[in-house]
Design a protein around this ligand. Structure first.
Ligand SMILES: CC(C)(COP(=O)(O)OP(=O)(O)OC[C@H]1O[C@@H](n2cnc3c(N)ncnc32)[C@H](O)[C@@H]1OP(=O)(O)O)[C@@H](O)C(=O)NCCC(=O)NCCS
Length: 157
């Protein structure tokens, strides 16, 4: 893989706008009523100092090329499930090189270090990727008009 490092995205990073614009373009429709500005400020609050919430970015030099987050909540119809792997995104020209896998591993480490023994995600179409990374299907449901699968990852300390 071309030189990629995985780092924490801190709230006052210059890269917050860039990364928020990716995830707003991809998932903004799941946040009805959000504008690009309100979404970006909510995203900035998800960039915690450590633990839950946290956002990580894959960097190529000084350029972010991918992201993944650890959030307390990601599905308002399942408030009992926490925490969540969320917002896994890699720029199209950087896909297929294992960058998402590295971001997901980093989020898993953060969840373990925060004392969690399991965590969750939901996906409409990436079940295969997550299955290969040790996730298992928990439930299929319709969420905000889309058929999705909730998946579970058992974590080992
Ligand atoms: C889904 C997504 C995050 C995957 O990112 P990625 O960096 O390409 O993922 P990875 O490279 O870690 O794994 C993807 C594939 O590349 C393969 N791969 C991993 N390392 C590789 C390498 N060094 N060389 C070639 N292929 C590799 C993986 O086996 C995997 O195979 P698959 O296509 O059969 O699943 C990316 O396609 C994306 O951003 N999609 C849009 C947003 C989205 O759907 N996010 C997930 C929401 S749940």
């Amino acid at each position: 893989m071309r030189d990629i490092t995985i780092v924490r995205l801190i709230p006052d990073s210059d890269h917050v706008d860039t990364v928020a614009s990716w995830t707003f373009a991809e998932w903004g429709h799941l946040h009805p009523g959000s504008t690009a500005d309100s979404y970006r400020e909510a995203f900035r609050r998800e960039c915690g100092e450590g633990g839950v919430p946290s956002v990580f970015v894959a960097m190529h030099g000084n350029r972010p090329v991918g992201t993944a987050a650890l959030l307390a909540e990601d599905m308002d119809s399942r408030p009992e499930l926490t925490p969540w792997l969320a917002s896994v995104f890699v720029l199209p020209e950087w896909r297929g090189q294992g960058i998402a896998a590295r971001l997901i591993r980093r989020v898993e480490e953060e969840a373990v270090d925060s004392g969690f023994s399991q965590f969750y995600l939901y996906t409409p179409d990436q079940q295969g990727l997550y299955r290969r990374l040790g996730w298992q299907e928990l439930e299929e449901l319709s969420y905000r008009g889309e058929a999705v699968t909730i998946m579970l990852r058992q974590l080992e300390a």
